[in-house]
Design a protein around this ligand. Structure first.
Ligand code: ADP
Ligand code: MG
Length: 180
């Protein structure tokens, strides 16, 4: 069982598939933090995750509105804390109450609110492999915090390997992910 994994996404579509691969492992109360610069693909990842959770609305960036809520198989609370400048603003937003045990919480720029995250959460970060805007490769890294996330990460990996193979001309034979 691995605590940390990474994979290369070649396209927005692959990033959505990676988001979708998490959905079967999620239960209410789960918290996911998404890190990475602007344009790295955080919202794209949430779009795939939400669709696989049965959300039929279009998932857009909550950068200006801070919090979007979607109803799919479960309540999905999608937060972007990029525009918050201080911990006080995070408290004012009611961030602690957002961690509703009945909802799945996914936070863009979650590393900025680390002190507010629970002990158990999945940390994901996305990084461009090249600065050129046109290039679409992203390194997506996962780190499990808490024992249940270590197991869920293994399940996510198996689902993702199968889905990426199914969507691609190239069969990797289940070797896209690396331990990190
Ligand atoms: P963020 O939420 O991190 O600011 P977005 O998901 O809103 O990023 O935007 C990512 C942009 O990068 C989109 O325009 C998307 O089409 C593009 N893109 C190119 N390659 C990828 C990839 N491999 N994964 C995710 N997005 C990608
Ligand atoms: Mg975003």
């Amino acid at each position: 069982m691995q605590r940390a994994l990474e994979v290369i996404s070649e396209s927005p579509e692959e990033t959505r598939i990676l988001g979708a691969s998490l959905a079967p492992t999620l239960v209410p109360g789960d918290v996911i933090s998404l890190g990475g610069d602007l344009g790295a693909g955080k919202t794209t990842f949430v779009q795939g995750l939400g669709a696989a959770l049965g959300v039929d609305q279009v998932i857009t960036s909550p950068t200006f509105t801070l919090v979007h809520e979607y109803i799919g198989r479960y309540l999905l609370v999608h937060v972007d804390v990029y525009r918050l400048n201080s911990f006080q603003e995070v408290i004012d937003l009611g961030f602690e109450e957002l961690a509703d045990p009945g909802a799945i919480l996914i936070v863009e720029w979650g590393d900025a609110v680390l002190p507010f995250l629970p002990m158990r959460y999945l940390e994901i970060s996305l990084r461009r492999l090249d600065d050129a805007e046109a290039l679409t490769q992203r390194r997506i890294s996962y780190r499990a915090h808490g024992p249940d996330w270590v197991h869920k990460l293994g399940a996510m990996r198996d689902a993702a390997e199968a889905l990426l193979d199914a969507a691609s001309l190239e069969i990797s034979g289940g070797h896209r992910f690396q331990e990190s």
